[in-house]
Design a binder for this molecule. Structure first.
Ligand code: DP6
Length: 327
């Protein structure tokens, strides 16, 4: 049976930056995210007894090496859980603007978990799917859910994602400012481990992030964009501070990233609530109210060009269909 799943990317408002257990991928802190409508991955999987190895096609390209190995390792988890031995064909398409550097392991592994589990004959709940997706990539635990979601530390059973506010049907948006579409020098997996192992600020990061969890949950339930933005920007800068203070230091943010971050801070001086958050790369995401789109865009256009700005809103949770496409 062929199954196809669509999972959207998410942006962490409280970041996951460090693993308590690298083998089963559990985090040191609770992370909280917003799933986005604009960017998603569609993945079709079928198990086939005639195959002698797993096959993986990504964006029409046959994948080999590390990319295939990561998918195969994840399929091993699915095979163990479903008690099957056949290899699988995996066809994946990232729906992100061409070369925007926004393809994400979160949507990729959430979609793979959804399609592969069904194709293997498993019928998992969303919580079980989130747990399975975690074995591919930590941030994928949250992409199973729509709207706001959180992922908590714990053991193999308890460290799962859960919905915080699935229908985020109030005005909040995320303007993604694409600064650079190049492959990053330090991937998030290596980066977070290095920061955790060597930054003297890492323990402070954990302590501060723990304090931010309840504040963020309250702000989300109050639909309070200003407080959400304040905490998210502080959390992102604190995460990047662990990288800049690692030994040796590393850094994802470029001069352009800082121009956008400072532009947001200047707009706030003028009374516009707009806040920046950045992941393991130079792109900046601006949290704001849709009513302020034009004024923010006008400022942004003095720093970047129009085609570098993509506006996203809360997106849905995972969809899974029998067959080769999402209807
Ligand atoms: C900065 O989920 O890509 O985007 O679990 O090693 O695959 P692995 O890491 P990944 O890390 C995401 C880091 C982040 C913050 C976040 O999404 O919470």
């Amino acid at each position: 049976m062929h199954f196809t799943a669509r999972a959207h990317t998410n942006i962490a408002l409280l970041k996951y930056w460090g693993k308590a257990d690298t083998a089963i991928i559990t985090p040191t802190t609770t992370s909280i995210s917003l799933t986005l409508d604009e960017f998603y991955t569609d993945t079709t999987v079928w198990f086939d007894e005639s195959l002698t190895t797993d096959k993986f096609i990504l964006d029409n390209e046959v994948m080999t090496g590390h990319a295939l190995q990561k998918v195969s390792q994840f399929l091993n988890v699915v095979r163990r859980q479903a008690d099957i031995t056949s290899y699988a064909s995996v066809i994946s398409t990232n729906h992100v603007p061409t070369a925007a550097g926004l393809a994400s392991s979160a949507s990729a592994f959430a979609a793979l978990a959804g399609a592969a589990s069904k194709a293997a004959g498993l019928d998992l709940t969303l919580t079980e799917l989130s747990r399975l997706a975690r074995h591919g990539s930590g941030s994928a635990t949250r992409s199973v859910f729509g709207g706001f979601a959180q992922w908590t530390p714990g053991d193999d059973t308890t460290s799962v994602g859960s919905p915080l506010l699935a229908d985020a049907d109030w005005p909040i948006q995320l303007m993604t400012v694409v600064i650079n579409d190049q492959q990053k020098a330090v991937g998030s997996r290596a980066g977070m481990q290095h920061a955790m192992a060597t930054s003297p600020f890492y323990d402070l990061w954990v302590k501060t992030a723990n304090e931010q969890v309840n504040q963020m949950i309250t702000a989300i339930h109050n639909h309070d964009i200003t407080t959400i933005g304040q905490i998210a920007e502080a959390n992102a800068l604190q995460m990047h501070a662990t990288n800049m203070t690692a030994v040796p230091p590393f850094n994802y943010l470029t001069d352009k990233s800082w121009e956008v971050i400072l532009m947001a801070q200047e707009l706030r001086q003028k009374g516009i609530p707009v806040y920046a958050t950045m992941d393991a790369g130079p792109n900046v995401k601006l949290i704001s109210n849709p009513a302020d789109t034009e004024v923010i865009k006008e400022s942004l256009l003095s720093v970047v060009s129009d085609n570098q700005i993509i506006n996203a809103h809360p997106g849905p949770g995972i969809q899974i269909n029998a067959g080769d496409s999402i209807c």
